[in-house]
Design a protein around this ligand. Structure first.
Ligand SMILES: [Cu+2]
Length: 286
């Protein structure tokens, strides 16, 4: 994401959160093959900080991001090499998100607007990580340069924190590569767990928005650059910067309508992938 999208309606996400919150309080049913128990952590975003646990055990984790700020935010997880540091990540990453190649992007819940919820399941390996928000403010200064970067440690172990009951398998697959998106099967209406796989040679992300009737993916980009009138779309999250070979599972409710997918990861010359064609619309039938 390059810029805030203003008051993007969080009502659907808020409603979905209520459903998800109820579901997460139920104990997983033993012996069923359709559900799995996944540890869950909640990270709150604000203007311009993260609040949540600073350490967790390695393995799969469902990260629920709750945006309490007034701007769009996301949580991107970046593993810090022994030769790097959180401070180096924060100072050396470019305004458009170009990172030192030693830093490994693991994904994370992508952008939603004020009051929104973004949920992804990530598999984390042990190590030192940074949580970073690469989204720029209206002044075009990215949030991590306003302090939105935090240390996060993943340790070896068995300890479980809060568990959420979720379907064991993703029911849709979306692959990312240079430079486009490909659905394994057409997305349908309903609540989905979408496996997002990076099958390319570069890091990629997917940001998903529901388009207002008659609006296009480019209309939303234009509006992001210069907001005028009502927003032509609503941010639904997605999966943040993710290195080649990794996958995250994003949870999203798709109602009938038209949607847009974007990748804002820059190539080495700083040009975002959507300029190279990583921007796509799709329809969900009623
Ligand atoms: Cu990309």
């Amino acid at each position: 994401m390059r810029k805030r999208m203003g008051a993007l309606g969080p009502s659907t996400l808020a409603a979905w959160f209520l459903v998800a919150a109820c579901a997460s309080e139920e104990a997983p049913t033993p012996g069923t093959s359709t559900e799995a128990s996944v540890r869950e952590i909640v990270i709150e975003t604000s203007d311009f900080a993260f609040a949540g646990p600073q350490e967790m055990v390695a393995g799969p984790v469902r990260i629920r991001m709750v945006n309490k700020g007034q701007e769009l935010h996301h949580v991107t997880l970046v593993r810090i090499p022994a030769t790097g540091s959180l401070d180096h990540l924060a100072t050396e990453t470019s305004d458009v998100g170009l990172m030192d190649a030693r830093y490994e992007a693991f994904g994370g819940p992508n952008a939603v607007g004020p009051g929104g919820e973004s949920v992804v399941e990530v598999h984390l390996e042990p190590g030192s990580y940074g949580l970073i928000c690469l989204i720029p403010s209206p002044d075009m200064v990215p949030h991590f340069k306003k302090g939105m970067v935090a240390a996060f440690t993943v340790v070896d172990g068995e300890e479980a924190t809060t568990a959420a009951a979720v379907p064991a398998d993703a029911d849709l697959t979306l692959s990312l590569a240079e430079y486009g998106f490909a659905w394994e099967s057409p997305p349908t209406a309903g609540r989905h767990r979408i496996k997002v796989e990076n099958r390319g040679m570069e890091a990629h992300e997917v940001f998903i928005a529901r388009l207002a009737p008659g609006k296009t993916a480019h209309d939303l980009l234009t509006w992001i650059e210069a907001p005028e009138g009502p927003p032509p779309g609503e941010a639904l999250g997605g999966v943040g910067f993710m290195k080649t070979g990794l996958s995250n599972i994003m949870e999203v409710e798709l109602t009938p309508g038209r949607y847009a997918l974007y990748c804002f990861v820059p190539t080495v010359d700083g040009v975002p992938h959507f300029v190279h064609g990583m921007i796509q619309e799709f329809d969900v039938a009623g």
